[in-house]
Design a protein around this ligand. Sequence first.
Ligand code: SAM
Length: 289
Amino acid sequence: MADLGKPQNTIAVLQKYNFNFQKKFGQNFLIDPRVLEKIISAAEIAREDFVLEIGPGIGTMTQYLCENAREVTAVEIDRNLIPILEDTLQDYENVEVINEDILKVDINRLAQEKNNENPIKVVANLPYYITTPIIMGLFESHVPIDSITIMVQKEVAARMQAGPGSKDYGALSLAVQYYARPEIIANVPPNCFMPRPKVGSAVIRLVRHGHAAVQPADERQMFRIIRASFNQRRKTLVNGLKNSPEISASKEQIAGALEELGLNPDVRGEALTLEQFAKLSDVLGTQQS
Ligand code: SAM
């Protein structure tokens, strides 16, 4: 089968099947071999790997994955793409296509069946509106993950990778960095896709930490504090937390906790590292109980 990374081959397949793009599924297909190569090399796909691909489209990246991995499972929601995938992937025996919404797939079971519960690699170019729930769902459900290499909206990539003090730093940065080390691999302009999206994109790789980056006594309490801190960005941390319905500590308790951590009483959430949020959560947790 011809390389679908070449635009003329993608056009030929789309015409052969008279395919209509579905906006609701966020269908923008990659048509740039250099970007595809970059994703494959960033994901460090090796012969022994099992790869889960989310949203294969017409199978462009899937072909590249099949060439490099031991086994690939590709989960595609649009049933109109299934006969196309059967055609474009006919040369490969190491691929299974599942016609399902990824949010309904038991990925823990998949990892168990296909990879003996060993950490899997995930590669995806997804509609942007479901990127965050999918990434956080994969991390929070404790699926054994080695890395996630994913195309996201450029601004979302910047938020995932941002550190304290940056304008992009926020709850998403901390949630992602709690589980993984993010690294932006490449910016991808709209002309690398068919049809062209309205926004710029970036490939980001999230490598799961071997050991948790921090170990708060109560993970959920730490994330409640993080959310409350960034909900009211312009407020000081004390005021942000005091006004949050999710946090029950008094203003005095919060001020006392900041003092205990050696932080300025006027500090804003955006100045705190993940480690400081974990400590704050532990100190407040002790004070509230
Ligand atoms: N990977 C292909 C590529 O790079 O050319 C297609 C990318 S396109 C941006 C997103 C793909 O994800 C589409 O094929 C779409 O139908 C599929 N998709 C959208 N929502 C999905 C979901 N919830 N579960 C599985 N696939 C989904």
